[in-house]
Design a protein around this ligand. Structure first.
Ligand SMILES: Cc1ncc(COP(=O)(O)O)c(C=O)c1O
Length: 356
């Protein structure tokens, strides 16, 4: 008989399709990553640290929390660092939920939320996003009952790029904390730098608000695993009881410190993606009549005719995108926006592959 809990054995692993991703031979438009290497300054800081003879020491984080709190515009006691935002998401579910609790995860969405909910043996209610109406606000509000422990607002949502406006988030925060309800609202601001939309200023007003963010996407260091949580000081104190003292890699801290000092590199990349690349891909999709979900961030979920063949054509040209099915099982291709040049390269292939 297995020693592993039955519900854990019954799960399947979250396995993103990582095989064969080679930036030397491919344009990687499949993981919503930054498509350019990080700045020389960040690389230099990492090399210097490695050469400083300190890798044998356990991590020491210094004032990194203070630096990020200043960047995020919150108090030092309202923020903690995590091993990627995946760990932030996991900490929330571990700390808030128990077996049999209900959680509301609008779908389709990023796999980690339901993965973490399943680990805690929760039952998942999943109102669906639609292309026409975006976030299913009324259904989510209706689903919030006293047995609901977490409501997820992936803002913007992956894979559709939909952003729930601030008043919608506030309506959920209120519903989750009134009429006998006491649910945490997990607002995932993974793509914050692209949207510039945040509810970080609301953490003092709403003790049920927990925000996760990351340095994986815009900042370009998913390989080093660095994220952070913003919430009221009381929640941060409690969540720190669950996170390990060394969970965040020292090299990630070195890279983040250097990246924060060189924000202009990040902001010029954001401009390239949002102001140059994105309008060009949208104009092409409109011109060709290819359906897509309006996106507020650095990826677009597109629905060309014959998506499998289109994906293969892109792959043959060295361009990787991510197939993702919608609620009806209809396959779309989520295309990450990179530099204008990379986007134009993808468009060239798409033009031919979608013409037939
Ligand atoms: C919405 C969303 N949240 C969180 C993550 C995970 O980010 P991290 O690398 O910080 O764990 C992703 C990654 O794709 C994502 O799309």
């Amino acid at each position: 008989m297995s020693v592993i809990k039955a519900h854990i054995r019954a799960m399947s692993a979250y396995k993103p399709p990582l095989d064969g991703r080679n930036p030397d031979t491919n344009v990687l438009l499949d993981f919503n990553e930054r498509t350019l290497p990080v700045s020389e300054k960040v690389q230099r800081a990492l090399i210097d640290y490695i050469q400083s003879g300190r890798l044998q020491m356990y991590p020491a984080y210094g004032n990194i929390v203070e630096l990020i709190a200043n960047y995020a515009g919150v108090g030092v006691d309202q923020l903690m660092i995590t091993n990627g935002s995946d760990q932030g998401i996991e900490l929330v579910f571990r700390s808030v939920c128990g077996a049999g609790d209900k959680v509301v995860i609008p779908g389709p969405s990023f796999a980690m939320y339901s993965q973490c909910a399943k680990i805690e043996n929760c039952s998942i209610v999943s109102p669906q996003y639609t292309r026409e109406h975006g976030f299913p606000l009324q259904e989510v509000l209706d689903a919030i009952e006293p047995d609901v422990k977490v409501v997820v607002v992936s803002n913007p949502n992956n894979p559709c790029g939909t952003l729930l406006a601030r008043d919608g988030v506030e309506a959920i925060l209120k519903a989750a904390s009134t009429h006998g309800n006491n649910a945490a609202v997990l607002v995932d601001e993974c793509y914050f730098e692209y949207t510039q939309a945040t509810v970080a200023d609301l953490v003092a007003a709403y003790p049920n608000l927990i925000i996760t963010r990351t340095f994986s996407k815009t900042w370009g260091i998913p390989s080093l695993r660095f994220g952070y949580i913003i919430s009221c000081a009381e929640n941060i104190n409690a969540l720190l009881n669950v996170r390990g003292p060394y969970d965040i890699n020292q090299l990630a801290v070195v890279a983040v410190r250097a990246a924060l000092e060189n924000f202009s590199d990040v902001s010029s990349y954001i401009d390239e993606v949002m102001l140059r690349s994105k309008p060009v891909l949208e104009a092409f999709l409109d011109e060709q009549g290819i359906e897509y979900w309006p996106s507020s961030t650095n990826y677009i979920w597109t629905f060309p005719v014959g998506p499998e063949a289109v994906e293969l054509a892109l792959r043959a040209a060295g361009i990787l995108v991510r197939p993702k099915a919608d609620a009806d099982g209809r396959l779309g291709l989520r295309i990450t926006l990179g530099t204008l040049e990379q986007t134009k390269k993808a468009i060239e292939v798409l033009r031919v592959a979608t013409a037939s």
